[in-house]
Design a protein around this ligand. Structure first.
Ligand code: TRP
Ligand code: ZN
Length: 850
């Protein structure tokens, strides 16, 4: 059980560890209910610390014996850990503990998943394995011996001695405990090989349950591409003889970068054309890259403490986004990232959970693996790169690796390498790490005697605990387009440092149309008075693909707001513009598919709220439906043509070209379905040779309320494949009409294949309900009650996933008094649950507010 009165931890209270570790030796005697962990740890006093308080973290451990320098001791033990007297100078601490992996449903520490043993130690799971200074600034080489009668016994590093019933591992690279991993089970491997740029051979493996061997080829291909890319672009070579990946069914997040032994949620590594969509393939490629890139940005250089989490996560997300841009299409990746940033991070930054990229305090660190730390953290690095230029960035990164290899570092260290490498003062830039909230960037224009002036004003609204937000440095990429559509000024980066600032462009023949914040050069909300005519002009003429897409999006949003507020009809200007764009053969099909997408329910709710309105989820849903119908009417011939034109006839490949073509054809199918009631979708469903085609058709059929037969057929075909079944659960809920969403969800939670113990399945049902915005917020309140019921049930089993999913409620203050009262009551009901975890208590209290 976790502590009843949870403590707040502050960055300002950081002190160095009193003791450092020179060497760790662990022996595991595996048993499903009674695993023994025998540890032998060499400590020495840390000269950088005055304290001689010897404390080891440990939770839910049964201590069998402990010794210091070979002499048995009786330590003082509480719910957090162990204390004992130790000699002056170096000494050896030994312990034997017993733990119960079968009873571990929290999926943190050592647990069992589908018959295999596996671990998850980040952030603070190692303390559930044995007594240890479980903090990232204590780094040590680990030797591990695993005993158990299972064919595959894995840990970090390079393999040592092995034989009947045991295996030994040596990890020469000092690491914090959160990077420890162990896996044991009846696994089979998909092998691979990589030769590093200095000629070292590395053995690669993807380990899976028997039956999944056929789903590993893509992961291996992605791993090899990642290793090569990190050598070529960042000069980073792999540093062990072996790199293992293991697929695990029960996992709280996507994947984990344990040194030399990455552990993956099976949904983030297993792929085959028949069972995975193009989007799955792309995501797997990105996550394999992400975890691999952590080997340098996270493992060789780690974090001093958990407040510095963005040091590894922001940088590694930035690196994986660069990798995806290089492997696929840069503009398409950028647009998708910004859609996700606005949907998840802006939502967080403008609500009760807003926090700085580097938080100042936390109760439960698991609650800070957020879109702000990850995605906004990556945006900050992207801005840094824009500000110092490509060469400056390269010099800074080279210095970072040289200066900090082997360190547990801080954001101050990170910024210092940029300052030292480029001579730039980054003290103002640091505010991006310290201040929460999304800046509003207001721009107005003046035209006088051939001079065009852009005047910017920045303002960041208050966030919990932070009222004043001094101005930040904002890189604003701007280009100017002449009235005839020609670009009259190339992209130029304006550096805004004041609260208000003007920039002049001289010697222009005519008043230009500005294209502002090209490539989304900063994570801000741009506020600009403009007309639909101007938006349509930019959509047609902007040379910056991001802003071209953005102009279309702005046009769609403006039209939708008029539909929602004034029941206006669908906007003809938007329909004309989008019709022209979708037929423009010079544009990438993937880009055209994106341009056909509309702003999400949640996006529109946020915009309405920002403008001082109270969003009505039902009205937003109806406006979106009306607009989709109008698009279908307008585009029917074009949609048919595109659908035929973009059928892929070559053998399936998940590459950018083929996925782009399928995305556009499937977007066209969505339009066609609005008019033919599902005939074309049924034909595609029946003929589908891959999951991308099958799922798109299934989704159209559900949307047209013609999905009953497909729902049954899909189940019969895929009932033995968990990952495909997650799609089956999810799609039925996401595509349910608002009045049916809660009912469909409730029905599916009674399905024999539903289980709340598997986080993927739980997310595929209850998470899907939250994704169906109009259904979740249906005025009946059933959606709220159903989610709260299940969060209350899940919390005792899996606090981490419960807390994460409670964020479905984070936007509640946007809505009307009736909905606020309903949600408020559900939040109170959750908070009143006996024994509620520290994770969920912290999250729900923050959402609930004062
Ligand atoms: N460090 C992991 C990553 O971003 C994510 C992670 C943190 C994680 N905590 C976790 C994964 C708990 C699984 C479970 O790559
Ligand atoms: Zn990561």
């Amino acid at each position: 059980m976790k502590d009843a009165a949870p403590q707040t931890i502050y960055l300002a209270d950081y002190t160095p560890p009193p003791y450092l570790v020179d060497k760790v030796h662990l022996t595991f005697r595996l048993d499903p209910e009674k695993t023994r962990v025998i540890s032998k740890i060499d400590f020495r006093p840390n000269p950088a610390s005055q304290s001689r308080d010897f404390f080891l973290h440990g939770e839910d451990l049964r201590l069998i014996r402990a010794a210091v320098n070979g002499a048995e001791i009786t330590p003082e033990i509480d719910a957090q850990g162990l204390r004992c007297d130790v000699p002056e100078g170096p000494f050896t601490f030994e312990a034997e503990v017993e733990i119960n992996p079968s009873a571990n449903t929290a999926l943190e520490g050592l647990y069992m998943s589908s018959g295999m043993y596996c671990t998850q130690c980040e952030a603070e799971g190692f303390r559930k394995i044995t007594y240890y200074p479980d903090r990232p600034d204590v780094m040590a080489p680990f030797d591990v011996r695993i005993e158990g009668d299972l064919p595959v016994l894995l840990s970090n590093g390079n393999p040592g001695d092995a034989g009947e019933g045991f295996a030994e591992w040596h990890d020469p690279w000092p690491k914090p405990a959160y990077l420890f991993a162990l896996v044991a089970g009846e696994l089979v491997n998909h092998p691979g090989q990589f030769t590093t740029k200095s000629g070292k051979d590395v053995e690669l493996n993807i380990w899976v349950r028997p039956g999944d061997e056929g789903k590993c080829a893509w992961g291996m291909e992605s791993l090899i591409a990642s290793m090569k890319w990190d050598e070529e672009v960042y000069g980073r070579e792999y540093d062990l003889d072996l790199f293992n990946i293991v697929a695990v069914d029960d996992f709280n997040m996507g994947a984990m970068e344990n040194k030399g032994l990455n552990i993956f949620n099976s949904s983030c590594v297993l792929a085959s054309p028949e069972t995975s969509t193009d989007a799955n393939f792309e995501r797997i490629e990105a996550i394999i890259a992400h975890e691999y890139f952590h080997n340098w940005t996270g493992n060789r250089i780690t974090c001093r403490d958990w407040f510095q989490l963005c040091l590894k996560e922001g940088l590694t997300v930035f690196r994986d986004s660069e990798f995806t841009s290089d492997m696929r299409s840069e503009p398409v990746k950028r647009i998708s990232d910004v859609i996700a940033l606005r949907a998840r991070q802006f939502r967080e930054d403008n609500g009760p959970l807003a926090h700085p990229v580097r938080p100042q305090s936390f109760v439960e660190i698991n609650n800070f693996y957020t879109a702000t730390v990850y995605e906004k953290g990556a945006e900050l690095i992207r801005m840094l790169k824009i500000l110092v230029g490509d060469d400056g960035y390269k010099a800074a990164l080279d210095l970072y690796f040289e200066r900090h290899d082997g360190d547990a570092a801080t954001i101050e260290d990170w910024l210092k390498v940029f300052e030292d490498a480029t001579g730039r003062d980054l003290s103002q830039f640091k505010r991006w790490y310290e201040d929460a909230g999304t800046p509003r960037l207001k721009v107005s224009e003046r035209w006088e005697d051939g001079t065009f002036t852009l005047e910017f004003e920045q303002m960041t609204p208050p966030t919990p605990g932070q009222d004043d937000k001094p101005p930040r440095v904002i890189p604003i990429a701007v280009g100017l387009i002449g009235p005839n559509g020609d670009e009259v000024r190339d992209t130029q980066v304006l550096e805004m440092t004041e609260a208000r600032q003007s920039f002049r462009f001289e010697g222009l023949g005519a008043r230009p149309i500005p294209s502002i914040l090209r490539g989304f050069s900063a994570p801000v909300i741009l506020e600009r008075e403009t007309s639909d005519a101007e938006r349509a002009f930019l959509l047609a003429h902007d040379t910056d693909p991001f802003n071209k897409w953005e102009a279309g999006r702005a046009l769609a949003r403006a039209g939708l707001l008029r539909m929602i507020r004034d029941s206006a009809p669908a906007d003809e200007a938007f329909l004309d513009a989008i019709l022209a764009m979708v037929q423009d053969e010079s544009l990438d099909p993937a880009f055209r598919a994106l341009a056909l997408g509309l702003p999400s329910q949640d996006d529109l709710a946020q915009v309405l709220h920002d403008a001082g309105d109270t969003p009505d989820p039902q009205a937003i849903w109806e406006a979106l439906e009306t607009l989709r119908h109008a698009m279908a009417e307008k585009m029917q011939d074009v949609a048919m043509r595109l659908y035929a034109q973009f059928q892929v006839t070559e053998a399936y490949r998940p590459d950018a070209a083929q996925s782009g073509a399928r995305a556009l054809a499937n977007a066209a199918l969505g339009i066609i379905t609005r008019l033919d009631g599902g005939a074309a979708a049924q034909a595609q469903y029946d003929a589908a040779g891959n999951m991308t085609q099958q799922l798109a058709a299934f989704s159209c059929l559900l949307q047209a309320e013609r999905g009953a037969a497909a729902t049954e057929a899909f189940y019969d075909q895929w009932k033995d494949d968990r990952l495909v079944m997650d799609k089956w659960f999810m799609l039925q809920i996401v595509q349910a009409t608002p009045d049916k969403a809660a009912e469909v969800t409730e029905h599916l939670t009674r399905h024999p294949d539903f289980t709340m113990k598997n986080p993927n399945r739980f997310r595929a049902t209850l998470g899907a309900l939250a994704m169906n915005s109009a259904g979740f917020h249906h005025v009946s309140g059933r959606g709220y009650a159903l989610l709260a019921d299940w969060l209350i049930k899940l919390d005792p089993l899996n606090p981490q996933t419960t807390a994460r999913m409670s964020t479905a409620f984070e936007t509640w203050k946007r809505y009307d008094a009736g909905r606020q009262a309903q949600i408020g009551a559900e939040l109170d009901r959750i908070l009143a649950s006996p024994g509620l975890s520290r994770d969920t208590t912290e999250m729900v209290s923050r959402i609930r507010g004062a």
